[in-house]
Design a protein around this ligand. Structure first.
Ligand code: ATP
Ligand code: MG
Length: 397
Protein backbone atom coordinates (compact mmCIF):
# COMPACT_ATOMS: atom_id res chain seq x y z
CA UNK A 1 0.00 0.00 0.00
CA UNK A 2 1.22 3.50 -0.80
CA UNK A 3 1.55 5.13 2.54
CA UNK A 4 4.68 7.27 2.94
CA UNK A 5 4.33 11.02 2.64
CA UNK A 6 7.49 13.12 2.37
CA UNK A 7 7.13 16.79 3.24
CA UNK A 8 9.91 19.12 2.13
CA UNK A 9 10.25 21.80 4.80
CA UNK A 10 9.61 21.32 8.49
CA UNK A 11 8.13 24.61 9.72
CA UNK A 12 4.67 25.16 11.17
CA UNK A 13 2.96 24.36 7.85
CA UNK A 14 4.77 21.00 7.66
CA UNK A 15 3.83 20.41 11.29
CA UNK A 16 0.12 21.05 10.74
CA UNK A 17 0.18 18.95 7.54
CA UNK A 18 1.74 16.10 9.54
CA UNK A 19 -0.87 16.45 12.28
CA UNK A 20 -3.59 16.14 9.63
CA UNK A 21 -1.99 13.19 7.81
CA UNK A 22 -1.56 10.98 10.88
CA UNK A 23 -5.25 10.27 11.64
CA UNK A 24 -5.69 9.20 8.00
CA UNK A 25 -3.08 6.52 8.65
CA UNK A 26 -0.12 7.91 6.70
CA UNK A 27 3.52 7.70 7.67
CA UNK A 28 5.04 11.19 7.54
CA UNK A 29 8.68 12.04 6.81
CA UNK A 30 10.15 15.54 6.97
CA UNK A 31 13.16 17.01 5.19
CA UNK A 32 14.52 20.08 6.94
CA UNK A 33 18.03 21.28 7.86
CA UNK A 34 17.08 22.14 11.42
CA UNK A 35 17.22 19.57 14.24
CA UNK A 36 14.00 19.62 16.26
CA UNK A 37 12.18 21.76 13.68
CA UNK A 38 8.40 22.20 14.31
CA UNK A 39 7.30 19.36 12.00
CA UNK A 40 9.94 16.90 13.23
CA UNK A 41 8.30 16.92 16.67
CA UNK A 42 5.08 15.38 15.35
CA UNK A 43 6.15 13.43 12.24
CA UNK A 44 7.36 9.81 12.12
CA UNK A 45 10.79 10.60 10.79
CA UNK A 46 13.00 13.61 10.23
CA UNK A 47 15.84 13.68 7.73
CA UNK A 48 18.22 16.50 8.58
CA UNK A 49 19.09 17.91 5.17
CA UNK A 50 19.00 21.04 3.06
CA UNK A 51 15.83 21.28 0.95
CA UNK A 52 17.60 23.75 -1.35
CA UNK A 53 20.11 21.02 -2.22
CA UNK A 54 19.15 18.90 -5.24
CA UNK A 55 20.82 15.67 -4.09
CA UNK A 56 19.38 15.94 -0.58
CA UNK A 57 15.86 16.30 -1.99
CA UNK A 58 16.32 13.42 -4.47
CA UNK A 59 17.72 11.16 -1.76
CA UNK A 60 14.87 11.97 0.56
CA UNK A 61 12.25 11.38 -2.12
CA UNK A 62 13.65 8.06 -3.31
CA UNK A 63 11.81 6.13 -0.63
CA UNK A 64 8.50 8.06 -0.62
CA UNK A 65 5.12 7.38 -2.19
CA UNK A 66 4.01 11.01 -2.10
CA UNK A 67 6.05 14.20 -2.05
CA UNK A 68 4.82 17.67 -1.22
CA UNK A 69 6.49 20.84 -0.01
CA UNK A 70 5.59 23.63 2.36
CA UNK A 71 8.17 26.07 1.08
CA UNK A 72 8.68 27.76 -2.31
CA UNK A 73 12.46 27.76 -1.96
CA UNK A 74 12.61 23.96 -2.16
CA UNK A 75 14.96 22.83 -4.94
CA UNK A 76 12.87 23.11 -8.12
CA UNK A 77 15.23 21.00 -10.25
CA UNK A 78 14.90 18.08 -7.85
CA UNK A 79 11.11 18.39 -7.72
CA UNK A 80 11.07 18.44 -11.51
CA UNK A 81 13.27 15.35 -11.70
CA UNK A 82 11.05 13.45 -9.26
CA UNK A 83 8.04 14.47 -11.32
CA UNK A 84 9.57 13.50 -14.67
CA UNK A 85 10.99 10.21 -13.47
CA UNK A 86 8.28 8.96 -11.23
CA UNK A 87 5.07 10.91 -11.31
CA UNK A 88 3.98 9.70 -14.72
CA UNK A 89 4.61 6.03 -14.02
CA UNK A 90 2.78 6.58 -10.71
CA UNK A 91 5.73 5.70 -8.52
CA UNK A 92 6.16 8.85 -6.47
CA UNK A 93 3.48 11.44 -6.81
CA UNK A 94 4.65 15.03 -6.38
CA UNK A 95 2.14 17.80 -5.82
CA UNK A 96 1.96 20.75 -6.46
CA UNK A 97 3.43 20.12 -9.91
CA UNK A 98 6.89 21.62 -10.45
CA UNK A 99 5.68 23.73 -13.38
CA UNK A 100 3.20 25.48 -11.06
CA UNK A 101 5.98 26.18 -8.58
CA UNK A 102 8.25 27.51 -11.32
CA UNK A 103 5.52 29.91 -12.47
CA UNK A 104 4.84 31.41 -9.04
CA UNK A 105 8.11 31.40 -7.15
CA UNK A 106 9.21 34.63 -8.87
CA UNK A 107 6.68 37.30 -7.85
CA UNK A 108 7.40 39.38 -10.94
CA UNK A 109 6.79 36.47 -13.32
CA UNK A 110 3.67 35.62 -11.32
CA UNK A 111 2.29 39.11 -11.97
CA UNK A 112 3.19 38.85 -15.65
CA UNK A 113 1.41 35.53 -16.04
CA UNK A 114 -1.76 36.66 -14.28
CA UNK A 115 -1.89 39.91 -16.24
CA UNK A 116 -1.78 37.80 -19.44
CA UNK A 117 -4.82 35.91 -18.14
CA UNK A 118 -6.61 39.24 -17.61
CA UNK A 119 -6.54 38.87 -13.83
CA UNK A 120 -6.41 42.33 -12.22
CA UNK A 121 -3.02 43.05 -10.60
CA UNK A 122 -1.42 46.34 -9.53
CA UNK A 123 0.97 48.03 -12.00
CA UNK A 124 4.35 46.35 -11.91
CA UNK A 125 7.70 46.69 -13.65
CA UNK A 126 10.96 44.84 -13.97
CA UNK A 127 14.07 46.88 -13.07
CA UNK A 128 17.09 46.86 -15.36
CA UNK A 129 18.50 50.26 -14.45
CA UNK A 130 17.87 53.10 -12.06
CA UNK A 131 16.02 54.92 -14.84
CA UNK A 132 13.30 52.27 -14.76
CA UNK A 133 12.55 53.25 -11.16
CA UNK A 134 12.42 56.95 -11.97
CA UNK A 135 10.21 56.33 -15.01
CA UNK A 136 7.87 54.13 -12.99
CA UNK A 137 7.51 56.93 -10.42
CA UNK A 138 6.69 59.41 -13.22
CA UNK A 139 4.12 57.12 -14.76
CA UNK A 140 2.39 55.83 -11.66
CA UNK A 141 3.33 58.32 -8.94
CA UNK A 142 4.33 57.89 -5.31
CA UNK A 143 4.11 55.92 -3.12
CA UNK A 144 5.11 52.68 -4.78
CA UNK A 145 6.76 49.50 -3.59
CA UNK A 146 10.10 47.90 -4.20
CA UNK A 147 9.81 44.14 -3.77
CA UNK A 148 12.08 41.11 -3.81
CA UNK A 149 11.15 38.72 -6.62
CA UNK A 150 12.22 35.54 -4.81
CA UNK A 151 12.05 33.98 -1.34
CA UNK A 152 10.15 36.83 0.32
CA UNK A 153 7.84 36.16 3.24
CA UNK A 154 6.17 38.06 6.07
CA UNK A 155 6.89 41.32 4.25
CA UNK A 156 10.64 40.91 4.62
CA UNK A 157 11.22 41.57 0.93
CA UNK A 158 9.13 44.75 0.75
CA UNK A 159 9.96 48.46 0.98
CA UNK A 160 7.62 51.42 0.42
CA UNK A 161 9.05 54.40 -1.47
CA UNK A 162 7.27 57.67 -0.72
CA UNK A 163 9.75 60.12 -2.28
CA UNK A 164 12.58 60.01 -4.81
CA UNK A 165 15.00 60.54 -1.93
CA UNK A 166 13.97 57.16 -0.45
CA UNK A 167 14.92 55.09 -3.49
CA UNK A 168 18.52 54.33 -2.49
CA UNK A 169 17.61 53.46 1.09
CA UNK A 170 14.93 51.06 -0.13
CA UNK A 171 17.44 49.41 -2.46
CA UNK A 172 19.93 49.07 0.39
CA UNK A 173 17.23 47.74 2.73
CA UNK A 174 16.46 44.95 0.27
CA UNK A 175 20.12 44.09 -0.11
CA UNK A 176 20.55 45.32 -3.67
CA UNK A 177 23.76 47.12 -2.83
CA UNK A 178 26.61 45.48 -4.70
CA UNK A 179 29.39 47.92 -3.85
CA UNK A 180 29.82 51.62 -3.22
CA UNK A 181 32.41 54.17 -4.04
CA UNK A 182 34.39 55.41 -1.09
CA UNK A 183 33.75 59.12 -1.55
CA UNK A 184 30.46 59.75 -3.32
CA UNK A 185 27.21 58.86 -1.63
CA UNK A 186 25.20 58.70 -4.84
CA UNK A 187 27.35 56.25 -6.72
CA UNK A 188 26.18 53.00 -5.23
CA UNK A 189 26.19 50.18 -7.72
CA UNK A 190 23.01 48.26 -7.36
CA UNK A 191 22.08 44.78 -8.43
CA UNK A 192 18.46 44.97 -9.54
CA UNK A 193 18.02 41.40 -10.71
CA UNK A 194 16.07 40.14 -7.68
CA UNK A 195 13.82 43.20 -7.48
CA UNK A 196 10.75 44.65 -9.15
CA UNK A 197 8.38 47.59 -8.71
CA UNK A 198 4.74 47.60 -7.84
CA UNK A 199 2.18 50.40 -7.47
CA UNK A 200 0.94 50.96 -3.96
CA UNK A 201 -2.73 49.97 -3.73
CA UNK A 202 -4.71 52.27 -1.48
CA UNK A 203 -6.92 49.41 -0.38
CA UNK A 204 -10.04 49.36 1.75
CA UNK A 205 -9.47 45.78 2.96
CA UNK A 206 -7.24 42.81 2.35
CA UNK A 207 -8.91 39.51 1.56
CA UNK A 208 -7.71 35.98 1.03
CA UNK A 209 -9.17 32.73 -0.17
CA UNK A 210 -7.92 29.21 0.34
CA UNK A 211 -9.03 26.80 -2.36
CA UNK A 212 -8.26 23.30 -3.55
CA UNK A 213 -8.14 21.78 -7.01
CA UNK A 214 -8.07 18.03 -7.55
CA UNK A 215 -6.28 16.13 -10.31
CA UNK A 216 -9.68 15.92 -12.04
CA UNK A 217 -10.03 19.72 -11.93
CA UNK A 218 -12.63 19.69 -9.19
CA UNK A 219 -12.46 22.98 -7.26
CA UNK A 220 -13.62 23.73 -3.77
CA UNK A 221 -13.40 27.05 -1.94
CA UNK A 222 -13.14 27.90 1.71
CA UNK A 223 -15.01 31.01 2.86
CA UNK A 224 -13.35 34.29 1.88
CA UNK A 225 -11.27 35.66 4.73
CA UNK A 226 -10.48 39.22 5.71
CA UNK A 227 -6.87 39.63 6.81
CA UNK A 228 -5.29 42.43 8.79
CA UNK A 229 -1.55 43.02 8.47
CA UNK A 230 0.62 45.15 10.67
CA UNK A 231 4.08 46.12 9.40
CA UNK A 232 3.50 43.90 6.32
CA UNK A 233 2.89 40.82 8.46
CA UNK A 234 -0.42 39.08 9.00
CA UNK A 235 -1.78 39.86 12.44
CA UNK A 236 -5.24 38.36 12.25
CA UNK A 237 -7.72 36.83 9.86
CA UNK A 238 -11.44 36.34 10.19
CA UNK A 239 -14.11 34.48 8.30
CA UNK A 240 -16.49 35.04 6.74
CA UNK A 241 -15.22 38.35 5.30
CA UNK A 242 -17.68 41.21 5.53
CA UNK A 243 -18.01 41.83 1.80
CA UNK A 244 -20.76 41.67 -0.82
CA UNK A 245 -21.69 38.53 -2.76
CA UNK A 246 -20.35 40.21 -5.91
CA UNK A 247 -16.91 40.50 -4.31
CA UNK A 248 -17.04 36.85 -3.18
CA UNK A 249 -17.95 35.71 -6.70
CA UNK A 250 -15.14 37.82 -8.18
CA UNK A 251 -12.63 36.32 -5.72
CA UNK A 252 -13.72 32.79 -6.66
CA UNK A 253 -13.61 33.57 -10.36
CA UNK A 254 -10.03 34.89 -10.08
CA UNK A 255 -9.01 31.86 -7.98
CA UNK A 256 -10.41 29.55 -10.67
CA UNK A 257 -8.64 31.42 -13.47
CA UNK A 258 -5.36 31.45 -11.53
CA UNK A 259 -5.50 27.72 -10.79
CA UNK A 260 -6.17 27.03 -14.47
CA UNK A 261 -3.34 29.33 -15.56
CA UNK A 262 -0.95 27.36 -13.34
CA UNK A 263 -2.46 23.92 -13.99
CA UNK A 264 -2.45 23.76 -10.22
CA UNK A 265 -3.37 20.73 -8.10
CA UNK A 266 -3.89 20.72 -4.28
CA UNK A 267 -4.45 23.52 -1.77
CA UNK A 268 -3.44 27.09 -2.59
CA UNK A 269 -4.18 30.55 -1.24
CA UNK A 270 -4.58 33.89 -2.95
CA UNK A 271 -4.17 37.25 -1.25
CA UNK A 272 -6.21 40.17 -2.60
CA UNK A 273 -6.65 43.88 -2.15
CA UNK A 274 -10.19 45.22 -2.18
CA UNK A 275 -9.84 48.75 -3.53
CA UNK A 276 -11.86 51.66 -2.17
CA UNK A 277 -13.94 51.55 -5.35
CA UNK A 278 -14.73 47.87 -4.82
CA UNK A 279 -12.28 46.32 -7.30
CA UNK A 280 -10.73 42.98 -6.43
CA UNK A 281 -6.98 43.02 -7.19
CA UNK A 282 -4.77 39.96 -6.86
CA UNK A 283 -1.73 40.53 -4.61
CA UNK A 284 -0.07 37.11 -4.74
CA UNK A 285 -0.69 33.40 -4.79
CA UNK A 286 0.88 30.93 -2.38
CA UNK A 287 1.23 27.40 -3.80
CA UNK A 288 0.50 25.73 -0.48
CA UNK A 289 -1.51 25.82 2.71
CA UNK A 290 -1.50 29.32 4.14
CA UNK A 291 -1.70 31.39 7.30
CA UNK A 292 -5.06 32.84 6.21
CA UNK A 293 -6.49 29.29 6.28
CA UNK A 294 -5.45 28.25 9.79
CA UNK A 295 -8.97 28.98 11.04
CA UNK A 296 -10.21 26.00 8.96
CA UNK A 297 -8.76 23.56 11.55
CA UNK A 298 -11.64 24.23 13.93
CA UNK A 299 -14.06 26.29 11.85
CA UNK A 300 -14.53 24.14 8.73
CA UNK A 301 -15.61 20.57 8.15
CA UNK A 302 -12.24 19.69 6.60
CA UNK A 303 -9.12 21.68 7.50
CA UNK A 304 -6.91 23.09 4.75
CA UNK A 305 -4.19 20.68 5.97
CA UNK A 306 -6.30 17.54 5.69
CA UNK A 307 -7.59 18.82 2.35
CA UNK A 308 -4.04 19.12 1.03
CA UNK A 309 -3.22 15.58 2.18
CA UNK A 310 -6.40 14.34 0.48
CA UNK A 311 -5.49 16.06 -2.81
CA UNK A 312 -1.90 14.78 -2.60
CA UNK A 313 -2.90 11.18 -2.01
CA UNK A 314 -5.82 11.24 -4.46
CA UNK A 315 -8.50 10.78 -1.82
CA UNK A 316 -11.91 12.43 -2.26
CA UNK A 317 -11.86 16.13 -1.37
CA UNK A 318 -13.59 17.03 1.90
CA UNK A 319 -16.32 19.57 2.58
CA UNK A 320 -15.08 23.16 2.94
CA UNK A 321 -18.26 24.25 4.71
CA UNK A 322 -17.94 26.75 7.56
CA UNK A 323 -19.12 25.35 10.90
CA UNK A 324 -18.83 28.65 12.71
CA UNK A 325 -17.55 32.18 12.07
CA UNK A 326 -13.98 32.39 13.36
CA UNK A 327 -11.12 34.73 14.17
CA UNK A 328 -7.50 33.63 14.01
CA UNK A 329 -4.80 35.72 15.62
CA UNK A 330 -1.09 35.09 15.09
CA UNK A 331 1.21 34.86 18.09
CA UNK A 332 4.29 36.83 17.11
CA UNK A 333 7.47 37.05 19.16
CA UNK A 334 8.93 40.49 19.76
CA UNK A 335 12.45 39.79 20.97
CA UNK A 336 15.16 37.17 21.02
CA UNK A 337 14.51 34.77 23.91
CA UNK A 338 14.00 31.09 24.69
CA UNK A 339 10.35 30.08 24.45
CA UNK A 340 8.80 29.67 27.87
CA UNK A 341 4.99 29.83 27.74
CA UNK A 342 2.92 31.60 30.39
CA UNK A 343 -0.82 32.23 30.45
CA UNK A 344 -1.88 29.04 28.72
CA UNK A 345 -4.44 28.48 31.49
CA UNK A 346 -6.00 31.92 30.98
CA UNK A 347 -6.25 31.40 27.22
CA UNK A 348 -7.84 27.99 27.55
CA UNK A 349 -10.28 29.20 30.21
CA UNK A 350 -11.97 31.15 27.39
CA UNK A 351 -14.71 29.12 25.74
CA UNK A 352 -14.34 28.04 22.11
CA UNK A 353 -10.73 29.23 22.08
CA UNK A 354 -8.04 27.01 20.54
CA UNK A 355 -4.30 27.31 21.03
CA UNK A 356 -1.64 26.20 18.53
CA UNK A 357 2.01 26.50 19.52
CA UNK A 358 4.45 25.64 16.73
CA UNK A 359 7.32 24.21 18.77
CA UNK A 360 10.01 26.75 17.83
CA UNK A 361 12.42 26.89 20.73
CA UNK A 362 13.68 30.42 20.08
CA UNK A 363 11.65 33.63 19.90
CA UNK A 364 12.84 36.25 17.41
CA UNK A 365 11.28 39.62 16.53
CA UNK A 366 8.22 39.14 14.26
CA UNK A 367 8.63 35.36 14.24
CA UNK A 368 5.37 33.41 14.09
CA UNK A 369 5.37 31.22 17.22
CA UNK A 370 1.76 30.02 17.12
CA UNK A 371 -1.82 31.11 16.64
CA UNK A 372 -5.12 31.23 18.49
CA UNK A 373 -8.52 30.60 16.91
CA UNK A 374 -11.81 31.68 18.45
CA UNK A 375 -15.19 30.48 17.23
CA UNK A 376 -18.32 32.54 17.79
CA UNK A 377 -21.51 33.22 15.85
CA UNK A 378 -20.87 36.89 16.62
CA UNK A 379 -17.68 37.94 14.82
CA UNK A 380 -17.28 41.08 16.92
CA UNK A 381 -17.27 39.03 20.12
CA UNK A 382 -14.86 36.55 18.56
CA UNK A 383 -12.55 39.39 17.56
CA UNK A 384 -12.48 40.83 21.07
CA UNK A 385 -11.97 37.42 22.61
CA UNK A 386 -9.13 36.57 20.23
CA UNK A 387 -7.36 39.82 21.09
CA UNK A 388 -7.90 39.17 24.80
CA UNK A 389 -6.56 35.63 24.48
CA UNK A 390 -3.47 36.82 22.59
CA UNK A 391 -2.79 39.42 25.29
CA UNK A 392 -2.90 36.73 28.00
CA UNK A 393 -0.25 34.58 26.39
CA UNK A 394 3.39 35.36 27.23
CA UNK A 395 6.20 33.69 25.30
CA UNK A 396 9.02 34.27 27.78
CA UNK A 397 9.69 35.36 31.35
P1 ATP B 1 3.41 37.13 3.29
O1 ATP B 1 4.45 36.10 3.47
O2 ATP B 1 2.82 37.61 4.59
O3 ATP B 1 2.37 36.82 2.28
P2 ATP B 1 5.07 38.70 1.57
O4 ATP B 1 6.43 38.90 2.08
O5 ATP B 1 4.84 37.73 0.48
O6 ATP B 1 4.13 38.44 2.79
P3 ATP B 1 3.32 40.65 0.33
O7 ATP B 1 2.16 39.77 0.40
O8 ATP B 1 3.79 41.11 -0.99
O9 ATP B 1 4.58 40.12 1.14
O10 ATP B 1 3.05 41.96 1.20
C1 ATP B 1 2.78 41.91 2.59
C2 ATP B 1 1.79 43.01 2.94
O11 ATP B 1 2.32 44.30 2.54
C3 ATP B 1 0.47 42.92 2.19
O12 ATP B 1 -0.39 42.00 2.83
C4 ATP B 1 0.01 44.35 2.28
O13 ATP B 1 -0.48 44.67 3.56
C5 ATP B 1 1.28 45.13 2.03
N1 ATP B 1 1.46 45.33 0.56
C6 ATP B 1 2.16 44.54 -0.29
N2 ATP B 1 2.10 44.98 -1.56
C7 ATP B 1 1.33 46.08 -1.53
C8 ATP B 1 0.88 47.02 -2.52
N3 ATP B 1 1.23 46.90 -3.81
N4 ATP B 1 0.09 48.03 -2.11
C9 ATP B 1 -0.26 48.18 -0.82
N5 ATP B 1 0.14 47.35 0.17
C10 ATP B 1 0.92 46.32 -0.16
MG1 MG C 1 1.59 38.12 1.06
Amino acid sequence: MKNKIGIIGGGQLGRMLSLAAKPLGFEVHILDPKENCPASQVADKHTVGDFKDKEAVLDFASDMDFITYEIESANTEAIEEIYNKHHNNSKTRVIPYPKSLELVKDKFKQKDLFAKYHIPVSNYREIKSREDIVNFAHEHGYPFMLKARLNAYDGRGNAVINYASEIDNALIQLGANKSSSSHLEDTYLFDYSNLYLESFVDFDKELAIVAVRSVDNEMKFYPVVETVQEDNICNLAFAPALVTDTVIEEVKLIATKAAEALDYVSVFAIEFFLSKSGDVILNEIAPRVHNSGHFTIEACKTSQFEQHIRALTNLPLGSTELISPAVMVNILANKVAHLDIYGRDEVLALENTFLHIYGKDMCKPARKMGHITVLDQDLKLALNKAKLAASKLKLHG
